[in-house]
Design a protein around this ligand. Structure first.
Ligand code: UTP
Length: 163
């Protein structure tokens, strides 16, 4: 039912300065994987393959991360290191990625509104990639929320019937 997931990722990340002076905070690694990759995994696990990102100035690395890097891939082809790209390749194959820019940093609500051109008039999930939520024993937070979503919709429709 929920196919799209919006990632507001245009914030300055001032709390992580100086690390975020020239690097998007969503690209900060936890072990060897950037935060944004954990977020996209969470969305995919919840059945949301349509990944929509709201980016801004200095966030090109996000788009590059979810794209092929032929030179690098050629360089490590056939070596042990190739397996290190298995996960990101799988995400690139299974998801579709689209991007829009938040032109002025007017906060999270404005970033979500800036994603309207990508989302359209559909229900969607939201992941803030700088908040890492991991559930090693079961489905991720977004998958749990997506499971509840149809029940919530039915409840709201019952409580507030359209005239
Ligand atoms: P934060 O509250 O963490 O804001 O935003 P921030 O500006 O990135 O962080 P600090 O306070 O300067 O360290 C929560 C989420 O909303 C996005 C951020 O990228 C983050 O994923 N955001 C925030 C936007 O996309 N645009 C904004 O104007 C503000």
């Amino acid at each position: 039912m929920l196919k799209k997931c919006l990632f507001p990722a245009a914030g300055y990340g001032t709390r992580f300065l100086p690390a975020t002076k020239s690097m998007p905070k969503e690209m900060m690694p936890v072990v060897s994987k950037p935060l944004i990759e954990y977020g996209v995994e969470e969305a995919l696990q919840a059945g949301m393959q349509d990944i929509c990102m709201v980016t801004g100035r200095g966030k090109r690395a996000l788009e590059d991360h979810f794209d092929a890097n032929y030179e690098l891939e050629h360089q490590i082809a056939g070596t042990d290191k190739e397996s290190l790209l298995t996960n990101i390749r799988q995400l690139i194959n299974e998801c579709s990625f689209s991007y829009t820019r938040q032109r002025e940093m007017k906060g999270l609500g404005h970033a979500i509104l800036s994603g309207e051109s990508l989302i359209g008039d559909q229900p969607f999930g939201v992941v803030l990639a700088d908040d890492l939520c991991i559930n090693p024993d079961g489905p991720g937070v977004l998958a749990q929320m997506a499971k509840l979503y149809p029940h919530r919709v039915r409840w709201i429709e019952k409580q507030y019937p359209l005239p």
